[in-house]
Design a protein. Structure first.
Length: 117
Protein backbone atom coordinates (compact mmCIF):
# COMPACT_ATOMS: atom_id res chain seq x y z
CA UNK A 1 0.00 0.00 0.00
CA UNK A 2 1.32 3.40 -0.96
CA UNK A 3 1.55 6.09 1.69
CA UNK A 4 2.46 9.73 1.35
CA UNK A 5 2.70 12.46 3.95
CA UNK A 6 2.64 16.12 2.99
CA UNK A 7 3.18 18.94 5.45
CA UNK A 8 1.98 22.48 4.95
CA UNK A 9 3.41 25.48 6.79
CA UNK A 10 5.99 23.56 8.77
CA UNK A 11 8.12 20.46 9.06
CA UNK A 12 7.67 17.06 10.72
CA UNK A 13 10.50 14.94 12.03
CA UNK A 14 11.01 11.41 10.74
CA UNK A 15 9.88 10.07 14.12
CA UNK A 16 6.57 11.96 13.88
CA UNK A 17 6.05 10.76 10.33
CA UNK A 18 6.69 7.17 11.40
CA UNK A 19 4.19 7.49 14.27
CA UNK A 20 1.56 8.88 11.90
CA UNK A 21 2.17 6.09 9.37
CA UNK A 22 1.91 3.49 12.12
CA UNK A 23 -1.44 4.80 13.30
CA UNK A 24 -2.84 5.11 9.78
CA UNK A 25 -1.69 1.60 8.79
CA UNK A 26 -4.13 0.20 11.34
CA UNK A 27 -6.92 1.03 8.88
CA UNK A 28 -6.00 -2.02 6.82
CA UNK A 29 -7.49 -4.17 9.62
CA UNK A 30 -10.94 -2.87 8.73
CA UNK A 31 -10.72 -3.15 4.95
CA UNK A 32 -8.03 -5.21 3.25
CA UNK A 33 -8.34 -3.70 -0.24
CA UNK A 34 -6.79 -0.33 0.51
CA UNK A 35 -4.57 0.88 -2.33
CA UNK A 36 -3.10 4.18 -1.14
CA UNK A 37 -3.21 6.74 1.64
CA UNK A 38 -2.50 10.45 1.40
CA UNK A 39 -1.97 12.29 4.67
CA UNK A 40 -1.82 16.08 4.70
CA UNK A 41 -0.76 17.83 7.91
CA UNK A 42 -1.43 21.57 8.12
CA UNK A 43 0.66 23.32 10.76
CA UNK A 44 -0.40 26.90 9.96
CA UNK A 45 -1.93 27.11 13.46
CA UNK A 46 0.62 25.33 15.66
CA UNK A 47 -1.78 25.25 18.62
CA UNK A 48 -4.41 23.38 16.60
CA UNK A 49 -2.89 21.29 13.79
CA UNK A 50 -5.20 19.94 11.08
CA UNK A 51 -4.96 16.51 9.51
CA UNK A 52 -6.61 15.35 6.27
CA UNK A 53 -6.43 11.69 5.33
CA UNK A 54 -7.58 10.36 1.96
CA UNK A 55 -7.74 6.60 1.50
CA UNK A 56 -8.24 4.96 -1.90
CA UNK A 57 -9.80 1.52 -1.93
CA UNK A 58 -10.02 -1.00 -4.74
CA UNK A 59 -13.28 -0.68 -6.73
CA UNK A 60 -14.55 2.15 -4.52
CA UNK A 61 -14.47 5.89 -4.27
CA UNK A 62 -12.06 7.53 -1.87
CA UNK A 63 -12.70 7.76 1.85
CA UNK A 64 -11.79 11.16 3.33
CA UNK A 65 -11.50 12.37 6.93
CA UNK A 66 -10.48 15.70 8.41
CA UNK A 67 -9.76 16.57 12.02
CA UNK A 68 -8.37 19.47 14.01
CA UNK A 69 -7.21 19.08 17.61
CA UNK A 70 -4.95 20.49 20.31
CA UNK A 71 -2.09 18.16 19.40
CA UNK A 72 -0.91 16.53 16.20
CA UNK A 73 -1.41 12.95 17.38
CA UNK A 74 -4.89 13.74 18.71
CA UNK A 75 -5.82 15.11 15.27
CA UNK A 76 -4.39 12.00 13.59
CA UNK A 77 -6.29 9.73 15.97
CA UNK A 78 -9.52 11.64 15.34
CA UNK A 79 -9.16 11.39 11.57
CA UNK A 80 -8.25 7.69 11.78
CA UNK A 81 -11.29 7.05 13.96
CA UNK A 82 -13.54 8.75 11.40
CA UNK A 83 -12.05 6.63 8.62
CA UNK A 84 -12.50 3.46 10.68
CA UNK A 85 -16.17 4.28 10.99
CA UNK A 86 -16.52 4.94 7.25
CA UNK A 87 -14.69 1.73 6.31
CA UNK A 88 -16.65 -0.37 8.79
CA UNK A 89 -19.95 1.04 7.50
CA UNK A 90 -18.96 0.43 3.87
CA UNK A 91 -17.84 -3.13 4.59
CA UNK A 92 -21.11 -3.91 6.40
CA UNK A 93 -23.05 -2.46 3.47
CA UNK A 94 -21.16 -4.63 0.97
CA UNK A 95 -21.58 -7.76 3.10
CA UNK A 96 -25.29 -7.08 3.58
CA UNK A 97 -25.75 -6.63 -0.16
CA UNK A 98 -23.94 -9.93 -0.74
CA UNK A 99 -26.13 -11.74 1.81
CA UNK A 100 -29.31 -10.33 0.30
CA UNK A 101 -28.27 -11.46 -3.18
CA UNK A 102 -27.62 -14.98 -1.88
CA UNK A 103 -31.00 -15.09 -0.10
CA UNK A 104 -32.79 -13.85 -3.22
CA UNK A 105 -31.14 -16.56 -5.32
CA UNK A 106 -32.32 -19.22 -2.88
CA UNK A 107 -35.86 -17.82 -2.93
CA UNK A 108 -35.92 -17.81 -6.73
CA UNK A 109 -34.60 -21.38 -6.82
CA UNK A 110 -37.24 -22.48 -4.29
CA UNK A 111 -40.02 -20.78 -6.25
CA UNK A 112 -38.75 -22.41 -9.44
CA UNK A 113 -38.90 -25.86 -7.81
CA UNK A 114 -42.46 -25.19 -6.59
CA UNK A 115 -43.59 -24.07 -10.04
CA UNK A 116 -42.25 -27.24 -11.66
CA UNK A 117 -44.28 -29.49 -9.35
Amino acid sequence: MQQSIAVRHGHLSEASQDKIKGRVEKLSRFFDRLMSMEIVVDLSDEQHPEVDIKVSAEHKHDFVAHDKADSLMAAVDGAVQKLEQQLRKYKEKVQERSRNTHVRRQEVATEGDSAEE
